[in-house]
Design a protein around this ligand. Sequence first.
Ligand code: ADP
Length: 580
Amino acid sequence: MRRLKNYIRHNLHFFVSATFCALTALILDMFNPRIVREIVDKVILRGNLELLPKLLFYMSLITFSRVILGYFKEYFMDLGGSRLAYELRVDLFEHLQKLPFSFFDGINTGELMARIKEDIENIWFTFGFGLVFFIEQLFYFLIASVILFYINWKLTLIILMLIPFIGYIAYKLEKENDEVYGEISDQGVRLNTTAQEDIAGIRVVKAFGREKYEIEKFFEENKKNFELNVKQAKIFAKYFPWMDFLTNISIGLAITLGGLWVIRDRMSIGTLVAYSGYVSMIVWPVRLGGWIVNMLAQCLASLKKVEKLFREKPERLYIGESVEIKEIKGEIIFRNVSFKYKDDYVLKNINFHVEPGKTLAIMGITGSGKTTIVNLLGRFYEPWEGEILIDGIDIKRIYLKALRESIAYVPQDVFLFSDTVRENIKFGKEINEEVIIRALRDTRALGFVNILPEKLDTVIGERGLGLSGGQKQRLTIARALVRVLVGSAKILILDDVTSSLDMETELYIQRALEEYKGVTKIVIAHRVSAVKNADEIIVLEKGEIVERGTHEELLSLRGKYYEIYQEQYGKYMFMEEELV
Ligand code: ADP
């Protein structure tokens, strides 16, 4: 909540100005029933017509001033609320960017999106409208009550006895509505997720002919959504008439009992009309009280959820004594490294040493821990035991940004942004066209990029042109290669990247990569053809290195690697011959 105080402090002038406008308008509003009283008593009943222009002028002046004040109130309120939400959203997004992988492992994307969108909107709404509205309604109630007591305290006491009943109904309405509102909101997330997953996975849906199943799934969610909306409508239908009834009773009672006072000449008709005007002013804040309290409670709940995210610890930029490294050469050492994500060890006692510019290949079945090794090298997770050194320095001590800049990583999951080919490759780095072209050539992507409608400036990804799996894969490799070409990355990691490429393209890229001298490469692959030229190959099994050596050494071992080789050699004999 300390954080919220800061945002409020930054924008306090807007909130104070909005409140000032609201309260000034409110005070002016308090004169309206008085003017009506004068019109009734003096103009209508006594025929004092000469007073009318003056009274109408006052009334118009008040109305006009309220319009102006209303404009500034809205303006300041919206500006304050929007700025607060803007600052909060930027800070939250920036904070999320700094959180470690482990945080994202444990959170659902939909939930996180709700924090960024709905919760911030709740906070925005409260600060951009609710708080000033609350203060305004509170003062309407207090000032109008004082005036009512001043006009006729006995009558006011009677009227005020009805107020708790209106308050109670308003409270019940909001309580029930709040429950169903929560359900509607959760259901909305489910409905969205169902639709979003169906659209994202439409190819799978169609390929399996599951359209009907998907329609039924959506139908179910939509039906629940509809039923909840009906439930909410029923709540309104149950309570609103009662609230209207009691509101009318209060005003009716004021007029009837006030009428008796008028008959007994204890009150003028004009005062009675003014009185009923002030009664409306106290009834509405009570009617809206439940809604206001609920809005504030929801804002508080949203603030707590957002605050909880802010309390998540960001990745540590370095641990221990930091080391400034000017230029990385690319030597990698894993020394007795063990790691577990949760309870079980995923890597056990991993040791290897890659000299700068050399290539380490990692093989092993799915789940054997290959990706985890590169996850540790990029410090996406910290090892439980052992140490990882780059150029002899424990990576914990190297500034995270410098460490990650020095690694060009092609992950297993292809991900491209909905942007142009150029921007996807540059990905926020200043890289000139020549380098981009070279990277595209080396990944055999230049051919297809050149026939795209706008070439490098064609928008791809979600909103753009669809590309094949292999084409996307090649662009992700190019995105890493440009970083090597401009010299910022000295380590290149290819995590099973060639699996969606044909053998010919794989071979082409491999040969092109041989030209990338002075870059340390870690290649994770399933195909012998992708690893055979590596300086060292390690074979992983259940998180342990079970074999290691060059291609020839491993073949002569006649172990796991040899088995894989035999399996694949049979399959791809033709390619193997070409490779030799
Ligand atoms: P590989 O790359 O060889 O397929 P991984 O390194 O991805 O294997 O995974 C090794 C093991 O760690 C697997 O059993 C996998 O289920 C588990 N694992 C991977 N990532 C996570 C994670 N984020 N949280 C928990 N367990 C994980």
